[in-house]
Ligand binder design. Structure first.
Ligand code: PDD
Length: 277
């Protein structure tokens, strides 16, 4: 496997990262996961914009140039022969003697990118299962940082329960999934948590909101409760990897009829059509 590392493409075995890299010591870095459909990057500009925002929020500079990164990823896609897959991009603050505060002078950021095959998830068609888990993460999850232990523990809970995703709640409020955004339908209206510091503003979430608007489906970006989740007619999650995955069961209790609902089918199919273009 060959990867992009700080300006050049090389075999994975030739990449050497110092144990003093702040990504390793503090989780001090950010990342993006971009879909590859038919050998092409999907919604890349939005991912580059979000990467730039994450870097700015953490004062990691200089930002790697999106154009160069995209070129390197296209080379990797070609070399590895990827059709449907994902590109992973990570930027850490770099290597410096360990101090909590930003090192002075600032180290040069370490930039990694690689591609891998990634199948379309089967839960898209069969409907997925979720578990409900308290959101124990920090309060700036709008930044796509590699510091993901709260997400890791939640996903592990889901996996141990035989479920596809963990839906997180802070007190009464449903925030998002461990690696996805959550939507519910109630009385023909779609609800999803607004893009505050309490969720990651998913690219798939943004695209789905636009698709819903184009289809004339009423959408409200407002926090909803765990009670509303249980009372929902339909639930789905969105992410780069999960796309639009219907959720038909939470904690082994069926949502409404336990079948994939009409609004979910509509957005799922509209999204699948959008990625096929
Ligand atoms: N995760 N919320 C969280 C906490 C996420 O980790 C993700 C994506 C999303 C959805 O964002 P997007 O639609 O831009 O993929 C929401 C990626 C896929 C991951 O960590 O692998």
């Amino acid at each position: 496997m060959r990867v992009y590392w700080n300006g050049s493409i090389k075999p994975l075995e030739d990449v050497r990262i110092s144990p003093l890299d702040r990504g390793y010591l503090f989780g001090d870095g950010v990342y993006e996961v971009i879909r590859i459909y038919g050998g092409r990057l999907f919604a890349a500009e939005r991912h580059w914009a979000r990467l730039a925002r994450s870097l700015r929020e953490l004062s990691i500079a200089p930002e790697p140039e999106a154009e160069g990164l995209e070129q390197a990823i296209m080379t990797l896609i070609h070399e590895e022969g990827i059709h449907d897959g994902i590109a992973y991009v990570q930027v850490t603050r770099g290597e410096a003697p360990r101090t909590h505060a930003f090192p002075n002078p600032a180290p040069w950021p370490n930039v990694l990118a690689y591609v891998q095959p990634y199948p379309r998830p089967e839960a898209i068609m069969r409907g997925g299962r979720a578990v409900l888990v308290p959101d124990i993460r920090w309060h700036r999850v709008d930044i796509k940082t590699v510091n993901l232990l709260g997400n890791v523990l939640a996903k592990q809970r889901a996996q141990e329960a035989g479920a596809d995703e963990a839906i997180l709640h802070r007190g009464e409020i449903v925030t998002e999934g461990s690696a996805s955004n959550v939507f519910i339908v109630r009385g023909g209206i779609v609800f999803t948590h607004p893009a505050t510091t309490a969720i990651l503003n998913g690219i798939t979430r943004q695209l789905v909101l636009e698709l819903l608007q184009a289809q004339g489906v009423p959408v409200v970006e407002r926090p909803f409760t765990v009670e509303a989740l249980w009372a929902a007619d339909e639930v789905w999650i969105t992410s780069t990897t999960a796309e639009v995955t219907p959720i038909v069961e939470i904690d082994r209790v069926p949502i409404a009829s336990g079948r994939i609902g009409p609004v979910t089918s509509l957005v799922r199919d509209a999204f699948m059509a959008a990625v096929a273009r």
